[in-house]
Design a protein around this ligand. Structure first.
Ligand code: MN
Length: 240
């Protein structure tokens, strides 16, 4: 049996091609999986579990269909959908998991993270992150009406686009020292993350022995998936 990892689908009614491919992926490939992990940014935005927008609801229902068939699905929050919570779990049949988390895959401990926390050179983003991840900020935000939250999320997306195009390529990537520190602290030789939209398997040396960082791809132009079974792993591009 195979464990599947995906991330950065950025599902949004305004750009439905990724969603169409994702629904197909859930109906075919994922049905035969031992488990499905979604490592952040499933949605382009998520302003609270009470969000009743029909497209997002369709995504929840598609996930609920998969989990009802007995395939466990674990969802990590990304920087776009960090407000996924208990209500989303109930709607989708999935389980929201911590970022980071260590899981054991076929005998090997593997560190899973969305990846934004590794981009430490992007100081202004890290400051923003520490604000919006604080429980008090989230409580205040959730106290606003749904329409106001949607407007604020739209403004945040526009701000993020400006920041991404202004910041350099290197600043937007995972910092090697942060990668080493995270793996060392968790005692793992393998790290899986998304967020940077740069799918690759990086072989590296950590304290004199081999380690690796597997980066999942985004779903903007085609699908991307890491498939892991007892024989090993493959990072796949899924044609659209
Ligand atoms: Mn992200």
């Amino acid at each position: 049996m195979t464990t599947l990892f995906i991330s950065d689908l950025h599902l949004d009614a305004a750009a439905p091609a990724a969603g169409t491919q994702f629904f197909q992926f859930l109906q075919q490939r994922a049905r035969g999986a031992e488990a499905l992990y979604i490592l952040g940014d499933l949605f382009e935005s998520w302003v609270g579990d009470d969000d009743d927008e029909p497209y997002r609801d369709q995504v929840c229902q598609a996930l609920a269909h998969l989990t009802a068939l007995g395939v466990p699905c674990y969802v990590m929050c990304g920087n776009r959908d960090f407000l996924l919570g208990r209500g989303f779990e109930a709607r989708s049949g999935t389980r929201v998991i911590d970022d980071p988390v260590i899981t054991e895959l076929y005998g090997e401990p593997v560190l899973l993270t969305h990846g934004d926390a590794l981009c430490t050179a992007d100081r202004s983003y890290q400051r923003l992150r520490s604000v919006v991840r604080a429980p008090r900020w989230q409580q205040r935000f959730m106290g606003l009406p749904l329409a106001a939250r949607r407007t604020l999320a739209e403004q945040a997306r526009a701000g993020s686009r400006r920041h991404t195009s202004a910041a350099g390529e290197l600043i937007m990537d995972a910092d090697p020292a942060a990668v080493d520190a995270a793996m060392r602290a968790c005692g793992v030789r393998t790290l899986v993350h998304g967020h940077t939209h740069r799918p690759a398997v990086h072989e590296l040396q950590l304290d004199g022995s081999p380690a690796r960082r597997i980066v999942l791809g985004a779903w903007h132009e085609h699908g991307s998936c890491l498939a892991w079974d007892a024989a090993g792993f493959r990072l796949e591009q899924l044609p659209r």
